[in-house]
Ligand binder design. Structure first.
Ligand code: AMP
Length: 399
């Protein structure tokens, strides 16, 4: 896939109607936004368009209304917040590319901003219905995608609309594509990937694709025990995906054949059972992964693994991390995940954290500023690492 995509700076937007897909899928409670992070993150693109004198038509989904007009998922609260941040009125449409949107879009003056209703109020959105894509396109002259979190979805407002309009990236998508695209296509080496999370089966293609690109692949989290079992070790009651043992053997062989170092945890935190509740008190022992007792399960990486993984991150020039090293929801079992986050924060390498739990961990720990790039999309960044073509990026014009 070509990552060299045009951005808003590569196209004339002055006086043009610009439909800008953002990620305004913000959490709300009792009709109030509880975190406006995603709105704040979209502001540079919105401000650029306003300052250039575009007629800005914003759109986004919120939650999963599945084609129903659920009032609690209305974007009205978002319009209000953008308006506060921008210091000017944001006109709210009462529909998604319907009569009200058309009338309000037609009335926009240069520098005005409007917001359409929740795109997922329309059933056709998630089906990439050409009728909706065309209706959205009819509102505007240019399409800007600034929603990386939904870039792996081929929906009407994320990709379909680009069939009818010149399409470019906003600043958020541009940053994701340029940093992650460069890391995968042309990384500074050594290139180290650190993968964690629960199941091997969720990351089969990620492992396979990264083995083509990295110098070192580190596997922690629940996934590691299936790899350890594939190497012939007894892993007690640890999470093992028996159907994927052959796959893990194949990946171990592939790593060896390609000269990729595949690092598994040398030691692990063990306990007789999964914590219940997940964040409840738990007492653990640390043992080598070659000596996990039959009645115990591995729930986090141990101190030797933390040190080895941190050393690999320190020696790297590019590090990509996705997935926690243990059951990080529990403070006793979060030590491995914290150690990896710390190692990335301390590293001089280009450090990229691929969304989801690992991104949340870096932010909660206050390491976000020390990481080169924390992806705004969990699913999208995983598909990026899998080497898949993301419809919301593929549809943008090449430079
Ligand atoms: P994922 O959604 O695949 O990134 O996985 C995240 C989940 O993996 C978290 O909820 C962790 O609690 C879980 N996890 C991490 N390590 C382990 C482990 N050793 N055993 C069981 N679950 C784990």
């Amino acid at each position: 896939m070509n990552y060299n995509k045009k951005s808003i700076e590569d196209i004339e937007v002055a006086g043009k109607r610009v439909l800008c897909r953002c990620d305004f899928n913000v959490p709300t409670k009792d009709g109030k936004i509880t975190s406006d992070k995603r709105i704040v993150a979209a502001m540079p693109t919105i401000e650029y368009l306003v300052n250039k004198g575009a007629k800005v038509i914003l759109c986004s989904h919120m939650g999963k209304p599945k084609g129903e007009w659920k009032p609690e998922l209305s974007l009205q609260v978002v319009a209000k917040r953008i308006s506060e941040l921008l210091g000017k009125e944001v006109v709210m449409a009462t529909d998604v590319a319907g009569e009200d949107s058309k009338a309000k879009a037609a009335a926009l003056r240069d520098g005005d901003v409007m917001l359409l209703e929740n795109t997922r109020y329309i059933k056709g959105e998630t089906k990439n219905d050409p009728e909706l894509s065309k209706a959205l396109a009819d509102l505007a002259d240019i399409f800007v995608n600034d929603a990386f979190g939904t870039a792996h979805r081929a929906h009407s407002s994320t990709a379909g609309v680009a069939d009818y309009l010149p399409a470019v990236s906003g600043y958020l998508v541009q940053k994701e594509v340029s940093i992650m695209g460069k890391a995968l296509a042309n990384p500074e080496r050594p290139f180290v990937a650190i993968l964690g999370g629960a199941k091997v089966s969720d990351k089969l293609n990620v492992i396979n694709n990264l083995l083509e690109k990295v110098d070192t692949l580190i596997i922690g989290g629940g996934m590691a025990y299936t790899f350890l079992a594939a190497q012939g070790y007894s892993v007690g009651k640890s999470l093992v995906d028996n159907e994927k043992l052959d796959y893990c053997k194949e990946m171990l062989a592939k790593a060896e054949a390609k000269g990729v170092k595949l690092l598994l945890p040398a030691d692990t935190a063990i306990a007789p059972a999964f914590p219940d509740p997940i964040d409840g008190e738990i007492s653990v022992d640390y043992v080598d992964c070659t000596a996990i007792p039959a009645d115990q399960m591995g729930l986090d990486i141990g101190p030797k693994a933390c040190a080895a993984f941190a050393a690999a991150a320190k020696a790297a020039k590019t590090v990509v991390w996705n997935g926690p090293m243990g059951v990080f929801e529990n403070p006793t079992l979060a030590k491995g995940t914290i150690a990896v986050a710390q190692a990335l924060a301390d590293s001089d390498a280009v450090t990229i954290v691929g969304g989801g739990d690992s991104a949340a961990a870096c932010e909660q720990l206050g390491f976000a500023n020390a990481i080169t790039h924390i992806s705004t999309g969990g699913g999208a960044s995983l598909e990026f690492l899998e080497g898949l073509e993301l419809p919301g990026i593929a549809c943008l014009q090449d430079k």
